[in-house]
Design a protein around this ligand. Sequence first.
Ligand SMILES: NC(=O)c1ccc[n+]([C@@H]2O[C@H](COP(=O)([O-])OP(=O)(O)OC[C@H]3O[C@@H](n4cnc5c(N)ncnc54)[C@H](OP(=O)(O)O)[C@@H]3O)[C@@H](O)[C@H]2O)c1
Length: 263
Amino acid sequence: MQLDLDQRHALVCGASRGIGRAVANELARLGATVTVLARSREVLEQVVAELATPNPATRHGLCVADMRDTAALARAVRECVAGRRVEILVHNSGGPPAGRASEAQPEDFAAAFAQHVISGQVLLQHVLAGMREAGYGRLVNIISTSVKEPIANLGVSNTVRAAVAAWAKTLSGELAGDGITVNNVLPGFTETDRLSSLIAERARAQSRSETEIAQAMRAQVPAGRFGKPDEIAAVATFLCTPAAAYVNGVSIAVDGGRTRSLS
Ligand SMILES: NC(=O)c1ccc[n+]([C@@H]2O[C@H](COP(=O)([O-])OP(=O)(O)OC[C@H]3O[C@@H](n4cnc5c(N)ncnc54)[C@H](OP(=O)(O)O)[C@@H]3O)[C@@H](O)[C@H]2O)c1
């Protein structure tokens, strides 16, 4: 299997912790030069310092940007990766707040749409010419199993994730001829800050303990446990390699078997 990413430059969003950070780590281990993006410079500096450098000449980088502000995102990315081609884009950030779709405000949908859909378009337009020039491009969106089965009380999230999946599927057809693949990874319950905050929120809403909520969630997973960020990252990273060249336009659940739908 051709897994070597030496000479490839990856831009990994939401990479200061959780799944994004785990993906940045794996890409670096396979030899990619990685630029990590999130809102905290201090944390990103630490992430960069800990990324692997199988080739000692590799210089990883960072980009401080808030993906909710898509104009600022465009400016930041232009500066951070100026003059350097990006062949791998991992589009990821934090999930929208919990709540019922019927009670969400229009502004909540607009904000989530900017952070999750428009941000992807801004980033793609920045890197697309380089991917075409290289004849090699990988766009991986980290979204959610809710694109297969909506999750209760994540109304805004369910809505914008479906939009990301539709965007990705459309792009996969448009860009395949340029050697560019577009795929989605759908994490199940994964041990990150996002999961902890969802458990805390459900415990509050249902007046139950966090331990009870976590147990009930684990019981929904045939594997009987939560996933680890590395387990999600392994699949996302594979999709970025030359070996995955013929995988295109798919949404892969990495959820311990929790999603019940057939496809
Ligand atoms: N963990 C799960 O169980 C699970 C399940 C299904 C889907 N997902 C989805 O998978 C994605 C990653 O989840 P995770 O668990 O790794 O989340 P996480 O631990 O909360 O990490 C989110 C990352 O995104 C960055 N981020 C958040 N808001 C941002 C913004 N406005 N602009 C730029 N960067 C931003 C955060 O860094 P800063 O805060 O420093 O900016 C952090 O690096 C999310 O969309 C999440 O909803 C997660």
